[in-house]
Design a protein around this ligand. Structure first.
Ligand SMILES: C[S@@+](CC[C@H](N)C(=O)[O-])C[C@H]1O[C@@H](n2cnc3c(N)ncnc32)[C@H](O)[C@@H]1O
Length: 305
């Protein structure tokens, strides 16, 4: 099953498929664990945990007795995260409950590590969430955010897009940027907030702010015969069959207008990005498609004083 959650209406369901298991190299996270002295961490809070991918992955590079508590505002995801932890034999270490990130139901200084992955890209006020995460971190403890710059994907080319006219590449990037701006202006979060997190951490009083880049890409190289590549292709073809780009057509339209795009431009831009998807599908079918699959995903860490 590529994405058992995708038909569900809860937040981010489109992005909880098998491909999410291939976002990180475990040895890279092991290196981060050494650099940030995870050996001293006994308690973790994973904020906006979804179905638990991030906290359950971190559990693998944390000391074996470290407990992970995940919170999400959606009770459905809390239930699914609990089920997933049991399936991964992590139920003795991971537990889940409902909470919004803006108001965490924990006393000050409750956890050694407070973390999130792709949560801050969805919140109206990331500085307020970072402040709340810092509040529940013990002095000397760590706040750690894994958040992307998603705009960069518009200019990472592949064997098909590298042949497009420059104006078409830039039109796709402009559509994406207007949508990102619109989404943020509607209070639904800035999809490229990763770039700003080091500054937000420092402004929020966190010390010793360190910034790393995920060293994993998700390349597609013929004959696409690894489990990771098969999962990516299945996800692409499934999204395409449902007319889904980065967002649904409705959300893209809503974000585009909120970002200052003109109504009379939308149909042409949507057709251009979705027709590009048709060319990709053809190139995959005849094995002429290849790409590095690079993206910008930061890990930003800061210490609570
Ligand atoms: C893109 S998913 C990330 C899930 C998980 N961190 C991961 O990386 O697999 C974003 C999650 O944040 C949750 N979320 C969004 N806004 C939230 C908020 N203000 N408070 C708590 N959870 C929130 C959503 O319900 C969703 O599960």
């Amino acid at each position: 099953m590529t994405n058992q959650y995708r038909a569900q209406t809860s937040h981010s369901a489109e992005y909880f498929g098998d491909t999410r298991d291939y976002w990180w190299n475990l040895d890279f996270l092991g290196l981060i664990a050494v650099r940030l002295a995870f050996a001293q961490i006994g308690s973790v809070l994973d904020v906006g945990c979804g179905v638990g991918h991030w906290g359950q992955l971190l559990a693998r590079v944390l000391p074996p007795d470290t407990r992970v508590h995940g919170v999400d505002r959606d009770p459905h995801w809390v239930e699914q995260a609990t089920t997933r932890a049991a399936a991964c034999r992590l139920d003795h270490r991971c537990r889940y409950s409902v909470s919004t990130a803006e108001r965490l139901p924990f006393a000050d200084a409750s956890f050694d590590l407070v973390t999130c992955q792709t949560l801050l890209i969805h919140v109206a006020d990331p500085a307020a969430v970072i402040a709340e995460m810092a509040r529940v971190t013990r002095p000397g403890g760590l706040v750690l955010a894994a958040e992307p710059n998603n705009m960069s994907s518009a200019l990472v080319l592949n064997s098909v897009s590298s042949r497009l006219p420059p104006d078409e590449i830039l039109a796709g990037a402009r559509l994406q940027l207007l949508c990102e701006r619109g989404k943020a202006s509607l209070g639904e979060g800035n999809n490229s907030i990763g770039d700003l997190i080091p500054g937000l951490f420092a402004a929020g009083g966190l010390a010793d702010v360190r910034v790393y880049l995920n060293d994993k890409t998700n390349p597609l190289i013929p004959p696409y015969d690894t489990a990771e590549q098969r999962a990516m292709l299945e996800e692409c073809s499934d999204m395409k069959s449902r007319d889904f780009w980065i967002w649904s057509r409705n959300d893209t339209h809503r974000f585009f207008l909120a970002g200052g795009g003109r109504e009379d431009e939308f149909d042409r831009l949507w057709a251009s990005v979705t027709e590009h998807g048709d060319e990709l599908a053809k190139a995959i079918a005849d094995h002429s498609y290849s790409g590095s699959g690079a993206s910008i995903q930061y890990i930003v860490a800061g210490r609570r004083e």
